[in-house]
Design a protein around this ligand. Structure first.
Ligand SMILES: NC(=O)c1ccc[n+]([C@@H]2O[C@H](COP(=O)([O-])OP(=O)(O)OC[C@H]3O[C@@H](n4cnc5c(N)ncnc54)[C@H](O)[C@@H]3O)[C@@H](O)[C@H]2O)c1
Ligand SMILES: N[C@H](CO)Cc1c[nH]c[nH+]1
Ligand SMILES: [Zn+2]
Length: 442
């Protein structure tokens, strides 16, 4: 029988094998082809297409399903969810709101770049944003918190949620509870590529939005890519992924518990234990089957598929420098730094969506309640992208004003630029005298 855990001993290998940097979403071509007809059908048939795909992909057996969640469904959700769970959702909301309020930029700023040349930025919320809340392999009220709270803090006037319906044609109750606690009352039952197309084009019921945020399956990622001309697709956030990075100081049991976290999302996830310690690597490989036996069967199957497949397992490096180099090249969504001095090692990490320092900060805490956003760049995009934040729901508008006494010098320089670039109208506009306004100070 093949070993159930993928193991790469890189102690004698020069360089990083490129295959180890791949994820399931690295090649989206199959998904792109599958979602094209779905997008077309939503564009031409609107709500009818959403009901059709709800039956086809989400097994919805209610033919006249209301596409927008009703007030009654919200009320039912509060009756269905255990009050203790509601308290935990509220605890998460409070922490996440505090973090994102601290992150919010000033409404505007201005600087005198030279005497008489004033310029600044105004920060404004985007007018309409759709939050995608996944529902294929789980229910995610936590994703409501992560996507809707920064939108509310930013002041987005129209913030909506789209999410796949369950077979009974209803939205996951936890999702509705979180939405109401945050103050989002537009929740639409459409997921996958059809949901993304609905908020791109608009349907009879679903409003067209300017932007979509939130994580999703490769179908969602593919649809966002195809529709990116008409809908801002936001931070790339696909299947979950994590690296647990250790030296020899960590208890392997902790490393294994944390390696398992993101491996249970689905067979499309990625999860690696990257360590410079042969002791930790071997103990982890030995411990994994014992932990799988204690997990929910479906989740254990997902985890086995990830940790025994091409996108997960255990990597042993020659030394800790090599482990850090691998991590920076991989650019994981979540990174746990389990070393003797994680604060010192933080400075060595260049590419990761989030870095969780030390054994008391496992990924689970940040997924749900710590405050930072758990919607993070996947598929190596942490090399250039940042975690979802208040900034993703806002845009800047620059402004400038020139005082009469500063005008002649600036105009002379601008005219020279314009003539060099061959723009005669640009040049003429600043080559002759113009009436000077009196600056009004308010
Ligand atoms: N970054 C985060 O914060 C975060 C949080 C939670 C989950 N995730 C990741 O998001 C992903 C969620 O994926 P999911 O599947 O659970 O939910 P999902 O809602 O993204 O995808 C389910 C939808 O995919 C579509 N679909 C399924 N099979 C299809 C097919 N054969 N053809 C066309 N469309 C099809 C259906 O419309 C279905 O409703 C996971 O990979 C998970 O790891 C990320
Ligand atoms: N790990 C996900 C982000 O990659 C967030 C999440 C929500 N629930 C469980 N996990
Ligand atoms: Zn998770």
């Amino acid at each position: 029988m093949p070993h159930p855990v993928t193991f790469h001993d890189l102690t004698d290998v020069e360089g990083i094998p490129p295959a180890l940097l791949r994820r399931t979403e690295s090649d989206l071509s199959v998904f792109i082809e599958r979602v094209k007809p779905i997008i077309d059908k939503v564009r031409t048939e609107g709500d009818a297409a959403l009901r059709h795909f709800a039956q086809a992909f989400d097994n919805v057996s209610v033919p006249d399903m209301a596409i927008r969640a009703t007030e009654e469904e919200f009320d039912d959700a509060f009756r269905a969810v255990d009050p203790e769970v509601v308290r935990s959702i509220e605890y998460g909301i409070a922490n996440i709101r505090r973090f994102h309020e601290a992150q919010k930029p000033e409404d505007s700023w201005m600087v005198e770049v030279r005497p008489g040349l004033w310029a600044g930025d105004r920060c404004l919320p985007i007018e309409s944003v759709a939050c995608y809340v996944p529902r294929g392999k789980g229910a995610f009220p936590s994703v409501v918190n992560m996507t809707a709270i920064p939108g509310k803090v930013a002041g987005v006037p129209r913030l909506v949620i789209i999410t796949p319906p369950a077979p009974d044609g209803r939205v996951d109750p936890g999702t509705l509870v979180a939405a109401r606690l945050i103050g989002v009352d537009e929740v639409y039952k459409c997921g996958g590529a059809q949901g993304v197309a609905a908020v791109a084009y608009g349907t009879e019921t679903v409003p067209a939005c300017a932007k979509i945020v939130g994580p999703g399956s490769p179908y969602v990622v593919a649809a966002k890519r195809l529709l990116s001309d008409i809908l801002d697709p936001g931070t790339p956030a696909g299947p979950s992924e994590a690296i647990i990075l250790t030296d020899d100081s960590v208890d392997p049991e902790i490393a294994v518990l944390d390696l398992l976290i993101e491996s249970e999302h689905g067979p499309d996830s990625s999860a690696w234990l990257v360590t410079s310690s042969r002791r930790v690597a071997e103990a982890a490989i030995e411990a994994l089957p014992r932990h799988w036996a204690q997990m929910d069967d479906r989740r254990a199957d997902f985890s086995r598929a990830v940790l025994g497949g091409a996108h997960g397992g255990v990597i042993l490096t020659r030394d800790f420098d090599a482990a850090v180099a691998f991590t920076n090249a991989y650019a994981p969504e979540h990174l746990e730094l389990l070393t003797s001095d994680p604060m010192a090692d933080l400075g060595r990490i260049r590419n990761a969506g989030e870095v969780l320092l030390g054994t008391a900060s496992p990924v689970t805490l940040c997924n749900y309640v710590l405050g930072p956003n758990a919607v993070l760049p996947t598929n190596r995009s942490a090399r250039t992208h940042s975690p979802l934040s208040v900034h993703d729901y806002m845009k800047r508008m620059s402004f400038a004003r020139v005082a009469p006494e500063a005008y002649p010098e600036a105009a002379a320089h601008a005219e020279r630029f314009a003539r060099y670039e061959g723009f005669t109208a640009h040049a003429r506009a600043v080559s002759s005298a113009r009436p000077m306004p009196t600056l009004v100070r308010r």
